[in-house]
Design a protein around this ligand. Structure first.
Ligand code: ISE
Length: 324
């Protein structure tokens, strides 16, 4: 069976999802696309139907499932429209712009009683994170005590506002730390360097593990994501950001990608294939709407901690049985 998919939003991520669906995903065809920029949509159509209204695309009988990759502020509304249409969706992170909005999405899915949404926290599909989790779960490094995360972008886009370092970037560490450790994050203290960049965020989990994250939006030298998990008997960490060593300009070493698309290309591909298989089998994969709510609720409280220079003690709703 071939799944008919519609893609909403054709910016950096939407265009990459479209490419992955067309070139690197089995069992799928892109039958419709939508973007605020009609010329861009026309250029990428390759025979797919072109829509200017995302809700019309969601409700069209051309599509059985959706990829939502429009701007962050539109995610929750479009996810709700997919649920209302009873259609599965892979929704880019973050799920919503506030915890209340994310909870509305969760409640709508709970009312249907079926998991139709997967949130695009793609690091769960990254080979390096997956291997770290396997090593940790095999037990050789002993009980985890500290997880150290580094999240550096070469340069923040000009539309990036201060809290987006948390709501758009740090949300990844919220999700991947919960997933790696299998713990819940319960408190946060945030330190900001002069000018607000980088941030150093220290969190505790419900099992007493410590999670530190440096979020540096303008690190200049390249895109660099790193993680090290320290256990009582050993450690596991990612190796270098590229898989080759280059000799050039009288230097020898690894090179850094410009941004997250090349760094996480494998993760995005594996995620997309897992999503299509999950839709076909009805067995959910990846981050759920609840995980999306959790990341947004924590992110919101981290932003408050940053703005009020106080320690946040996380307050989260009760997890519905659908996500047990
Ligand atoms: C961006 O939106 C992403 O999702 C990237 O994965 C992340 O590393 C980057 O910091 C975000 O701005």
């Amino acid at each position: 069976m071939t799944l008919s998919v519609g893609v909403i939003g054709l910016g950096v991520m939407g265009a990459e999802h479209l490419r992955l669906l067309r070139e690197e995903t089995a069992g799928v065809q892109v039958t419709a696309i939508c973007d605020a920029d009609a010329d861009r949509a026309g250029r990428l159509a390759q025979g797919a139907g072109v829509f200017s209204d995302p809700t019309a695309l969601i409700n069209s009988d051309k599509v059985e499932a959706l990829v939502i990759a429009s701007p962050d502020a539109t995610h929750a509304g479009l996810a709700l429209a997919c649920l209302a249409a009873g259609k599965p969706a892979l929704c880019e992170k973050p799920l919503a712009s506030s915890a209340d909005e994310a909870l509305r999405v969760v409640n709508a899915e709970v009312a249907i009683g079926r998991r139709l949404l997967q949130v695009g926290y793609m690091r769960r599909f990254d080979p390096a994170y997956a291997e770290m989790k396997q090593v940790a779960e095999a037990g050789g490094i002993g009980a985890p005590v500290i997880l150290q995360n580094v999240h550096r972008n070469a340069a923040a886009p000009e539309w990036f506002t201060g809290p987006m370092a948390v709501s758009n970037s740090f949300v990844h560490e919220i999700d991947i730390s919960r997933w790696l450790l299998g713990s819940e994050l319960v408190s946060a203290i945030v330190h900001a360097a002069p000018g607000g960049d980088p941030l150093l965020i220290t969190m505790e989990t419900d099992r007493g593990e410590i999670v530190t994250t440096e979020v540096f939006m303008n690190a200049h030298y390249g895109y660099h994501v790193h993680a090290q998990l320290i256990g009582r008997n050993g450690t596991v960490q990612m190796t270098q950001p590229s898989v080759t060593l280059v000799n050039a300009d009288r230097r020898h070493g690894h090179s850094y990608p410009e941004n997250w698309v090349p760094r996480f290309r494998d993760a995005y591909r594996v995620q997309m294939n897992a999503w299509v298989r999950a839709v076909a089998s009805g067995k959910p994969a990846g981050a759920s709407a609840w995980d999306g709510y959790d990341a947004t609720a924590i992110e919101e409280q981290v932003v408050t901690a940053l703005q009020t220079r106080s320690k946040a003690q996380m307050i989260l709703g009760a997890r519905p049985d659908l996500y047990a």
